[in-house]
Design a protein around this ligand. Structure first.
Ligand code: NDP
Length: 485
């Protein structure tokens, strides 16, 4: 069992009062680590270390900080297997997915922002008699709060641009999945990143997370998590005039038109529905199918879902592991029960039965991928974020009808549209209230593009230039160049 510690001012330490929390592997239900249950006092130490390091770090050039990001990427790449195994044990996701997504994309986040930083050119605006220079400074010490579904990937998505722009960091990973954040801290220690530039405080959201939000020495908060928690973040940080980036929940739509390539659309819809047990904020959990192909699509969709190999997350052939915890399993199950009360028909799944694997006690948070039909599009199960392996199917007869159903959601994070007519696809996509829409693909990411949601899915965008803007402050310096009026 691992004993995880906070990483403050370049060294590892327990919470100031020594309290700990247990970290559980959701596949075996065994305790695999303890982490500090940090409090305000620990955040105070982390902020103080970050402030001491701020001048040293921000004095480096962008090029030097980009070199640091590349060094971090190289070191993490060396640890690909370790990251994948650690993430798989901590989250219950398949090792192949952890390798392909979590490990690989964490490395590419650092590499991308290193290269992107080097490409930046000074922004200037010439006037007849003056020149405007846009000067970027770091925001200062920033707070990064991240969820459990893609732990290192989402943390690195924030750490890389924050470091690049010269900020120092106080980060808090989800207490449910703390292990790869610890691994990142170990890596930064090995690389001898200047002390205090990156600080990690573990613990519970309402305790240590809240202390980060409330600390006046933390000038910006980049938060990824649920919408309800996002409200708390906004309520706490906004009156302190902190910069805020909120990446929140979603109830994303997959829209399949009758002219779509059936095989491609089914593959895409299944992937969008059940990747990471449906626990990706971009997952498509409401599937709208044009009536004329609904029967054929549904039959093939269910066949494909039934072929998903559920099992031991460490098995190379496993395609779907557990959900994040037994508590979350019960939450998803309560929605399956609700779906039946709402008049839904379960076409497949709905039970804990699994193919080929059980933890030591025959337990583990395994749930079969669940497909529900016959629900109105505005039923609770089709409107509320479930964040698990459960999707609802709906039919439509016209573009305007499906658009209304899609946009009825209080969320607006992502979606996908499947059609042979890409002009129609683009037109339809532009009418969806959403931050990201894919046409004939899903989770196809270019890190230069804006990422974020509208409505209850968040405020602001990250990615490429948007991340650099968030993690910097701009000063326009206007220099008069002659005596004209
Ligand atoms: P939560 O909102 O429960 O938690 C997110 C983070 O916030 C955790 O580190 C949590 O700590 C912390 N937190 C909780 N309460 C507070 C508080 N009062 N003050 C400060 N921090 C707090 O989300 P989950 O971890 O359950 O993640 C799932 C959610 O994240 C889903 O809704 C999903 O849609 C969303 N998400 C959004 C993404 C996006 O880009 N839009 C991407 C990925 C996920 P602790 O774990 O200790 O509670």
């Amino acid at each position: 069992m691992q004993m995880i510690q906070n990483f403050i001012n370049g060294s590892f330490s327990n919470a100031f009062d020594g309290e700990t929390i247990e970290d559980i592997n959701p596949a075996t239900e065994q305790v695999i680590a303890t982490i500090p249950r940090s409090k305000t006092e620990d955040v105070e130490r982390a902020v103080s270390a970050a402030h001491s390091a701020q001048l040293t770090w921000s004095s480096l050039t962008m090029e030097q900080r980009a070199d640091w990001l590349d060094r971090i990427a190289d070191a993490l790449e060396q640890k690909t297997e370790m990251i994948a195994h650690t993430e798989s044990r901590d989250t219950g996701k398949p090792i192949s997915l952890a390798r392909r997504v979590d490990a690989a994309r964490s490395v590419s986040n650092f590499r991308f922002f290193a290269a992107f930083g080097r490409e930046q050119t000074p922004q200037t605006f010439q006037m007849d008699d003056a020149m405007n220079y846009v000067h970027r400074s770091p925001v200062g010490t920033v707070g990064l709060i991240t969820p459990w579904n893609l732990p290192l990937y989402l943390l690195s998505w924030k750490v890389a641009p924050a470091l690049l722009m010269g900020n120092t960091i106080v980060a808090k990973p989800s207490e449910v999945t703390p292990l790869t954040a610890h691994l990142l801290a170990q890596t930064l220690l090995e690389l001898e990143l200047p002390k205090g530039v990156f600080n990690l405080v573990h613990g519970l959201g309402p305790e240590v997370g809240q202390a980060i939000l409330e600390h006046t020495g933390i000038k910006a908060i980049s938060f990824t998590g649920g919408t309800d928690t996002g409200r708390i973040v906004a309520r706490t940080a906004a009156p302190l005039f902190k910069k805020l980036s909120l990446e929140l929940g979603g109830k994303n739509a997959t829209v399949v038109f009758q002219d779509a390539n059936m095989e491609t659309a089914i593959d895409g819809a299944v992937r969008a529905a059940f990747t990471n047990s449906g626990q990706v904020c971009l997952c498509g959990s409401r599937i709208f199918i044009e009536e004329s192909i609904a029967e054929q699509f549904t039959q093939k969709f269910v066949e494909k879902v039934n072929s998903i190999q559920i099992g031991d997350p460490m098995d190379e052939d496993t395609e779907m592991g557990t959900v994040i915890s037994s508590e979350h399993l019960e939450k998803v199950e309560s929605y399956i029960e609700l779906a039946q009360q709402e008049g839904g028909v379960i076409l497949t799944g709905g039970t804990r039965a699994m193919t080929g694997y059980a933890g030591p006690n025959g337990t583990g948070a395994f749930l079969r991928p669940t497909v529900v039909a016959n629900l109105p599009y505005n039923a609770r199960c089709a409107s509320e974020e479930i964040f698990g392996p459960m999707v609802t199917l709906h039919t439509f007869t016209s573009e305007s009808e499906v658009l209304e159903m899609v946009n009825s959601s209080e969320y607006g994070l992502a979606g996908s549209v499947w059609t042979a007519d890409t002009i129609r696809g683009r037109r339809f996509a532009s009418q969806i209230d959403s931050g990201i829409v894919w046409v004939n693909t899903w989770l196809h990411r270019d890190l230069r593009t804006p990422f974020g949601g509208v409505k209850n899915s968040g405020v602001g965008r990250e990615g490429g230039q948007w991340s650099l803007d968030f993690f910097s402050e701009l000063t326009n310096i206007c220099v008069k160049t002659n005596d004209g009026i």
